[in-house]
Design a protein around this ligand. Structure first.
Ligand code: MLT
Length: 408
């Protein structure tokens, strides 16, 4: 009989968002008349911007004709898109990224889960607590951890508790680590890393010869001009950091799927014999073996985000969700809740009322307000006592949800 990768048995029973979906469904089954408002998983609700949708439509039409048909896309992506990314995402901020340092993919989730397989199992991995569960679970699956304790902390991982008293900024590890996952703007807390924060992390990584896996999927939500959108805005980052981006929360691509990872050529990993290897070459090898690239229509759609009309439409979408977050923050604060995030991120991080833990508050909102949220404890032990609300919802539903929560 086929045997199991025993590491899978260390995982919690279900991934966080399907588990929330399951609880929501069982509530809906028991209360068929309830008008449930979903503010749990960060899934966008507005239509894809018209210029982007039109570009995808035109690309589909090209594929329907022998003369303009295209088969396998180039492994890292078509130049027409890579050039836009290098210019608009990085060049415009004074950062030089070569087009062949960009790897298109089906999203930051997959890249952030897959990247760990290039690294040896003996690497010491640090991640924030709370954390986007993908970073943690992918390392558990690979066998880089022991079992979880009663609070869900896996043996062998170095947790960086992000506490309210420190504005949810992750502390530097108090020991050597090899891999560091950072996310700014942060999912789930909505906190951002300042230039000074990032400079400290880059110094740490350089002195420990560690690699930073920087998830910038929410960078478009930064409203504070002093906050870096890319880790490469900081000197020295190109030696020690890779960066992930996504079109999911900007162009509405959660279902369409497209993102990219920047792997600068100078980032190095060492083998057991002491030789250094370029992470760029290894990621290229991995992707070309296991992945066939992003489809042509999707790449055309992503490229249309960089035309003047596309940029304007994407900005309007992001601003719409940010305005939701502002409304939510204001209403909840007025109602007496302690609220963080929502100013540079589409997520609000809310302190649970006295006497309720994260899942208790989740249940209360679901049962009494029919609003779906995400319990902070689902993102790690330090998330206990908090709850996340997503601003990705239609305006009238945001207003309804706030009315209901504030009336509790
Ligand atoms: C979230 O709700 O945390 C995100 O939607 C997850 C994701 O982007 O995969």
């Amino acid at each position: 009989m086929a045997t199991l990768n025993e590491n899978y048995l260390k995982l919690k029973a279900g991934y966080l968002f399907p588990e929330i979906g399951r609880r929501t469904q069982s509530f809906a089954d028991a209360h068929p008349d309830a008008e449930i408002i979903k503010m749990g998983i960060g899934d966008v609700v507005r239509g894809i911007p018209r210029p982007v949708a039109d570009a995808m439509k035109d690309a589909c039409e090209e594929l329907a004709h022998d003369e303009t048909f295209r088969g396998y896309p180039p492994g890292q992506g078509y130049d027409f898109l890579l050039e836009h990314i290098a210019e608009h995402e990085f060049g415009s901020r004074g950062v030089q990224i070569e087009t062949d340092e960009i790897f298109l993919s089906d999203g930051a989730k997959c890249d952030s889960a897959n990247i760990q397989e290039i690294f040896g199992l003996d690497n010491v991995v640090a991640m924030t607590d709370p954390v986007y569960p993908v970073y943690c679970d992918s390392n558990v699956m690979a066998g880089r951890t022991g079992k979880a304790d009663d609070e869900g902390r896996y043996a062998g991982l170095v947790y960086l508790p992000c506490l309210e008293e420190a504005d949810f900024a992750p502390p530097l590890p108090d020991r050597h680590v090899d891999l560091i996952y950072l996310c700014s703007p942060n999912n789930p807390t909505g906190a951002v890393l300042t230039r000074a924060d990032l400079a400290r992390w880059i110094d740490y990584a350089r002195s420990e010869q560690a690699i930073i896996i920087f998830d910038a999927a929410y960078e478009a939500y930064i409203t504070d001009d002093s906050i870096p959108h890319s880790i490469y805005e900081l000197d020295g980052a190109k030696d020690v950091a890779i960066e992930m981006r996504s079109y999911s929360k900007t162009a509405g691509f959660t279902g369409v799927r497209c993102g990219f990872t920047v792997v600068p050529k100078q980032v190095q990993v060492v083998s057991a014999d002491g030789a250094q290897h370029s992470l760029h070459g290894l990621w290229n090898r991995r992707q070309s073996t296991k992945y066939n690239g992003v489809s042509y229509p999707v790449q055309r759609g992503a490229a249309a985000c960089y035309t003047p009309e596309g940029k304007k439409a994407v900005r309007e979408l992001v601003d719409f969700y940010l305005a939701n977050a502002t409304i939510m923050r204001k209403r909840l604060t007025e109602a007496g809740y302690t609220v963080f995030g929502g100013d540079n991120a589409p997520y609000l991080w809310i302190t649970c009322p006295t006497g309720l833990d994260s899942w208790g508050f989740f249940d209360k909102l679901l049962n009494e307000a029919n609003v779906v949220s995400t319990p902070g404890a689902g993102f790690g032990a330090a998330g206990e006592g908090y709850l996340r609300l997503s601003a990705f919802q239609h305006r009238h539903l945001v207003e309804d949800a706030m009315n209901r929560i504030c009336a509790l």
